[in-house]
Design a protein around this ligand. Structure first.
Ligand code: GAP
Length: 478
């Protein structure tokens, strides 16, 4: 089971490279771990995901957009708690220098090794081997002993681990030419803080009244110890975050409201509903700033994984910024004539991680007339190329008509022109790129100015008059 699941991710990675969705960063130099480049089709898909999110989240009267700088005043990250708390416990192997996150060590060590180590301890709580192993790692005394007796998964040596240390995940750099500790700044690990520190600017400039939200899409950086699963956990990624400011006491109502809106968004763009679920955080596992939290999870081939987090962050963030900046972050409520610090409901989606989920969800292998057809069934709104224009043969005036159609459609849609190879092969290439419509100029076109439009999923064809094509495609993409 596990093998075939991994194979699916491998197939997607290989298709992603072959068709120009995603390349390894700096590949000719051997790649850079945890960083990926989006190729010609990938950049379109990613832009479409972000565009749909932007429209859904800001084309409404209670949400404003923002694009804050990646570099922020270093005090921001003290106020947010990132300098102190944004850490992962990690251990190093003294022999081979490999570094591991303590909380994921159980996944990497063989069952045999785990069983052997567990024999050295009296009754350990937990149902599975991994639960027991993790329980031992969570307590300082038992962790120390355990790390002395297990083998390092990389080099196989025993007792070579260092004791756990806190590793801050923020990338540091220097502002200005002098590289000393007074000039340290960070690449933002989330876009949210740019929104919090602009709350009053946006409220005043837009004259919005509570409840209202601020939305932002942008890059975030985390020096993850273990990057894994393609785009799932990377060191540079994009977030699509919206912070909704509400009057305290109304927070529960808006938390529930945004949960529903956000899961619907993924479904409305064609993600398989049975592969989406909420994972509500139990009270004892909540982040220090959260009153309630849930993850929207997608069932990846390697298991369920978070694609978006929704948090009731209370007044934590604005109170902290008030405290650290010395500037009041209170909001004056005209209606009740009160001043207070709003509560925040956060919806935080990964653009890159959603990209991966949409890509995997769209991937199908089918048998068609004895051949395997690879098809990416993207929702037409997300598809990188909206339509391909294909002259059936390269003669009889067909290429000229096809080129004319191309010129007419280009201002409206991302179009691909292809006159190379048999028509069946050209359809397959477009199926694999996820192109929802193929427009073919054939003999009948010469007689009546109609073309066939082939729909990717059903492979059914209908005849459409050339002068109706723009409207036809616009309707389909609405
Ligand atoms: N402002 C809240 C926040 O940043 P998070 O759960 O750490 O919360 C939100 O991140 C989303 O960002 C995640 O659901 C995921 O989609 C994406 N994300 C986080 N870390 C990531 C990483 N290393 N690589 C790719 N995406 C990541």
């Amino acid at each position: 089971m596990e093998k075939s699941r991994n194979e699916t991710v491998e197939k997607i990675v290989s298709l992603a490279k072959r068709r120009g969705f995603v390349f390894q960063s700096s590949e000719i130099y051997g790649g850079l771990n945890g960083c990926w480049d989006y190729g010609p089709l990938g950049v379109e898909l990613l832009r479409n995901i972000k565009e749909e999110w932007w429209k859904a989240m800001t084309y409404r009267d209670d949400v404003e957009g923002l694009d804050a700088a990646i570099l922020m005043h270093p005090r921001v990250w003290e106020a947010s708690g990132h300098v102190e708390n944004f850490t992962d416990p990690m251990i190093d192997c003294k022999q081979c220098k490999a570094r591991f996150r303590l909380d994921t060590l159980a996944e990497l060590i063989s069952d045999k090794n785990k069983e052997k180590a567990l024999k050295e301890f009296d009754a350990v709580e937990g149902e599975t081997l991994d639960d027991k192993f993790t329980a031992l790692l969570e307590k300082q005394e038992t962790a120390q002993k355990l790390l002395e007796i297990v083998n390092c998964p990389q080099c196989g040596n025993k007792g070579t681990f260092t004791q756990p240390r806190k590793f801050n995940l923020m990338f540091k750099t220097f502002l200005g030419p002098v590289e000393d500790s007074n000039n340290v700044i960070y690449l933002r690990p989330e876009t949210a803080q740019g929104i919090y520190v602009n709350f009053l600017n946006v409220a005043n400039a837009s004259r919005q009244k509570l409840p209202f939200g601020i939305a932002q899409i942008g890059k975030a950086f985390r020096n993850e110890i273990n990057t894994k699963n393609f785009l799932f956990r990377t060191r540079e990624f994009e977030q699509m975050e919206m912070q909704y400011f509400v009057k305290p006491g109304t927070d529960k109502e808006f938390y529930d409201y945004w949960k529903e809106i956000r899961i619907q968004w993924f479904k409305s763009l064609g993600m398989t509903p049975s592969k989406l679920r909420f994972h509500d955080h139990p009270a004892d596992k909540l982040a220090h700033y959260a009153k309630e939290a849930t993850d929207i999870e997608y069932e990846f081939p390697f298991g369920w994984g978070e694609i978006e987090g929704i948090h009731n962050r209370t007044d934590y963030d604005l109170s902290r910024h008030q405290q650290y900046s010395g500037k009041s972050q209170q909001y004056y409520d005209d209606a009740s004539k009160e001043k207070y610090i709003p509560y925040i409901i956060e919806t935080s989606a990964g653009a890159s991680r959603s990209f991966m989920a949409f890509l995997i969800d769209a991937y199908y292998e089918e048998e068609v007339k004895g051949e395997t057809r690879n098809v990416l069934r993207f929702h037409p709104k997300l598809a990188p190329i909206k339509a391909a224009i294909l002259p059936l043969v390269n003669k009889d005036g067909m290429p000229e008509i096809a080129r004319k159609i191309e010129t007419e459609l280009r201002p409206y849609f991302k179009i691909f022109y292809d006159d190379k190879g048999a028509i069946g092969r050209r359809y397959r290439r477009m199926d694999e790129a996820g192109t929802p419509y193929c427009i073919t100029v054939d003999t009948q076109t010469l007689e009546d100015n109609t073309v066939t439009v082939r729909e990717r999923d059903s492979m059914e064809q209908e005849r459409i008059s050339i002068d109706k094509l723009v409207v036809y495609l616009q309707e389909k993409l609405r």
